[in-house]
Design a protein around this ligand. Structure first.
Ligand code: AMP
Ligand code: MN
Ligand code: MN
Ligand code: MN
Length: 277
């Protein structure tokens, strides 16, 4: 099954419309698709309609921003959620509402480094102003010639510990998992290989995630090299988590892996889609 269970549209920090994302997924052979914008489900119905028209299977999705432990930002993907669930909707709206003040702070930090007008510049890249994100700042800084590509902007300016980094309080892990499961969905740890967690912390995190009702983990991710795939396959087996396959596609040429272009899952795993279809 060519399932790709994580991607973005311009309702968050992707560059394509939900319709274009689904067409690209279909053209790449995806059989089971979703749309998982950051803290936002506004693009899901458009994606759903296009996916069905193309003959793909589709589940609704979202990627919730979470703060955990000592200033760690963790992303939790929710799949097959009821996007009209009032608790989920109110929770996501609350998470989105913090983004504007944070963006102003990022802009102030960058101004101290001599980069003026970053808030307005980033906003011009954000089709959905409620979802102003570091990706929009990154595209603006590339446009200004401050770095050669989006990835370099993060390592020079916007990543943790860099001049434009602003710590932020997102949802708690408990809230994110409860909103997702309360809306009938499955909570999945996004790109676990990206977090700065020692093995002991990862174990504590996964234990807590499961206690709240979390069920899945991205084993295949564009953020994972083959070593990380094996490491997180092992966590999935040890913690009895469903294994997901996730390109985290944002834009042609900008993403590490394109839609539907991931390898097969390692053996002895329970595929996440067995719980969806
Ligand atoms: P935000 O939610 O505003 O903090 O923005 C996070 C987004 O920035 C992620 O979802 C990615 O799309 C992007 N991002 C984070 N780190 C990197 C990186 N090292 N290279 C490229 N994009 C990144
Ligand atoms: Mn993103
Ligand atoms: Mn993410
Ligand atoms: Mn993502």
């Amino acid at each position: 099954m060519n399932a790709d269970l994580h991607c973005h549209s311009y309702y968050s920090d992707g560059l394509l419309s939900p319709t274009e994302v689904m067409r690209r997924a279909h053209a790449h052979g995806v059989e089971l698709a979703t749309l998982t914008d950051h803290d936002e489900t506004a693009g899901v119905s458009e994606a759903h309609d296009e996916a069905i028209a193309l003959g793909m299977r589709f589940v609704s999705g979202v990627e919730v921003s979470v703060s955990w432990g000592d200033d760690q930002t963790i992303h939790i993907v929710g799949l097959n959620v009821d996007v009209y669930d009032p608790v989920l909707s109110a929770g996501l709206e609350k998470v989105r509402s913090g983004r504007d003040a944070r963006a102003l702070e990022i802009s102030e930090q960058l101004a101290l480094e001599g980069i003026e007008g970053a808030y307005e510049g980033a906003m011009r890249h954000a089709r959905n102003p409620a979802l102003i994100s570091r990706s929009h700042f990154a595209r603006y800084l590339v446009e200004r010639g401050m770095a050669k590509d989006v990835k370099s902007v993060f390592s020079q300016w916007l990543g943790r510990g860099k001049p434009g980094y602003v710590p932020h309080q997102w949802a708690t892990l408990e809230q994110a998992v409860q909103w997702i499961t309360g809306a009938g969905g499955i909570a999945v740890v996004a790109h676990p290989g990206r977090y700065w967690l020692e093995p002991r912390e990862m174990e504590a995190f996964l234990t807590e995630f499961k206690d709240y009702g979390g069920r899945g983990i991205e084993v295949l991710s564009s953020s994972h090299n083959p070593d990380k795939v094996e490491i997180f396959a092992d966590y999935a087996r040890r913690f009895d988590l469903l294994a997901s396959r996730a390109s985290d596609f944002h834009a042609p040429g900008e993403s590490w892996t394109d839609l539907g272009k991931l390898p097969d899952l390692p053996s002895n795993l329970k595929p996440l889609w067995s719980a969806l279809i």
